[in-house]
Design a protein around this ligand. Structure first.
Ligand code: FAD
Length: 433
């Protein structure tokens, strides 16, 4: 039995702590909230979801769907609590965020092998522990950020993400909105849609382009993750770019007229009680009065009240290929691991998955003296491949994609190929679970 110090009880830290505790190890889990918070967290709950409430696709023919299925097979706490807090969202896996993080917090509190300590950690000192896991996420506090930079040799990286606004259901004009999931997938009442004609759309794009934005801090440069661009950034790439992105009207024909709108804003339920809606894909850096002005131009949202405004934030990650092995151990010290988004994976599911992987590797190391990365044809193993084997000069955070998963199938039609790849990956995971 080993003792493990984990810094950060977000998605990765909680997943890692729980998996280690269930294997009989003793864990001291440090979380700075509520003593000190980040720019994006609002509660003291562990594993708080800071933006969207979605764990994305469920289908195993989608790489993130496969990753979730693999995680479920190796006993993921995040997937179990997510299933318990699931809300309808078409073929996406979305959760009631409060129920979800409360369930994770309870599970950690009830685990006798975990001692949870609230307060900021500012050094990478392992103390008496056998292993140290740094799982402090994209919003790692400044003193620890500097300690990490020092430990790794001063090439920490950063870029910006932006949060989508949430509006209250009772402020919406439902006569101007309609319920529909894209292509009719899932339940009819999973998404509310605000349709725009060409004139409305062009006026909306013009308003986005002229809106005043939060300026980046001097010490940060604005580098965006392509999968999570602010809506005004997408709009700046061409008049139709939004219509081919988050405002895509395809599959959202009006249920009564069957007409396809020029563009559509989708609103997804935030909670089981249907009190709040998230504007899908509407991450934004607009200043707050500008958000009120521009978002209220959307049909049905003229009187929208905001439960949360969009915002911008720093996203810290380290240069994985330069500093990490495929087991997420640092090259500098095999007893120091990084887990979660800070390793350069992107997304709730991927961050949690790395927590689960690190628990597995620490357990293996403690028992046998060595840790072996999972095969790269599994979605879990592919995350280690991305972190350790990408080009260090072009390293950028990444969601799990089929491009990262080793191809053991060869040429085949796309869907058939994905099905066979998923079957091979799940069969491997089942053997080692
Ligand atoms: C604003 C924002 C929006 C995002 N939106 C999405 C989204 O919509 N969908 C998606 O899939 N992904 C999103 N992400 C990316 C990512 O999936 C999440 O950040 C995810 O929570 C990462 O998990 P994690 O465990 O690595 O970090 P976190 O969940 O952030 O957990 C890190 C924990 O460490 C704590 N901590 C930090 N520093 C210290 C310290 N010095 N001492 C002690 N504790 C510390 C923090 O309080 C936090 O609880 C978003 C990220 C950000 C920042």
């Amino acid at each position: 039995m080993a003792t493990i110090k984990i810094i950060g009880a977000g998605l990765a830290g909680s997943e890692c702590a729980y998996a280690l505790a269930r294997r009989g190890h003793r864990v001291v889990l440090h979380e700075m909230r509520p003593v000190k918070s980040t720019q994006a967290h609002h509660t003291s709950n562990l594993a708080e979801l800071v933006c969207s409430n979605s764990f994305r696709s469920s289908a195993a023919t989608n790489a993130v769907g496969l990753l979730k299925q693999e995680m479920a097979r190796v006993g993921s706490l995040v997937i179990r609590c997510g299933e318990d807090a699931r809300v309808p969202a078409g073929d996406a896996f979305a959760v009631d965020r409060d129920r979800f993080s409360a369930a994770v917090t309870d599970a950690i509190a009830n685990e006798p092998n975990i001692s949870l300590q609230r307060g900021e950690v500012t050094t990478l000192d392992r103390g008496d522990a056998d292993f140290l896991v740094v799982a402090t996420g994209p919003l790692t506090s400044d003193p620890l950020f500097h300690a990490i930079d020092e430990f790794l040799g001063r090439d920490g990286l950063y870029f910006y993400d932006a949060i989508a606004p949430i509006v209250a259901a009772d402020s919406l004009d439902f006569s101007k909105l309609y319920w529909k999931s894209r292509y009719g997938k899932g339940n009819a009442t999973d998404y509310l849609n605000a349709a725009m004609n060409r004139e409305e759309y062009e006026a909306f794009v013009a308003a986005l382009l002229s809106a005043e934005l939060f300026a980046p801090h001097d010490f940060e440069k604005a580098v965006h993750f392509e999968g999570c661009l602010p809506v005004e950034e997408i709009a700046s790439r061409g008049i139709d770019t939004l219509r081919f992105g988050p405002m895509k009207p395809v599959g959202l024909e009006h249920p009564e007229t069957n007409e396809r709108p020029h563009a559509v804003v989708q609103l997804r339920k935030e909670d089981l009680s249907d009190e709040y809606f998230n504007l899908v894909g509407f991450q934004t850096k607009m200043r707050i009065p500008e958000q009120q002005r521009v978002i209220r131009m959307i049909p049905g949202l003229a009187n929208a009240t905001f439960a949360r405004f969009g915002s911008m934030h720093r996203n810290t990650f380290i240069n994985g290929p330069r500093h990490l092995r495929a087991t997420f151990q640092t090259k500098r010290d095999e007893r120091v691991f990084f887990a979660g988004q800070i390793t350069g994976v992107e997304g709730y599911v991927e961050s949690s998955a790395v927590g689960l992987l690190v628990a597995r590797y620490i357990d293996e190391l403690a028992r046998t003296g060595t840790a072996t990365p999972l095969p790269y044809h599994t979605a879990l193993g592919a995350l280690g491949r991305h972190v350790a084997e990408s080009s260090p000069d072009r390293y950028q955070p990444s969601n799990v994609t089929w491009a990262l998963i080793e191809d053991v199938v060869g040429r085949a039609k796309k869907i058939e190929k994905r099905e066979r790849q998923a079957a091979a990956a799940l069969s491997t995971i089942e053997k080692i679970a």
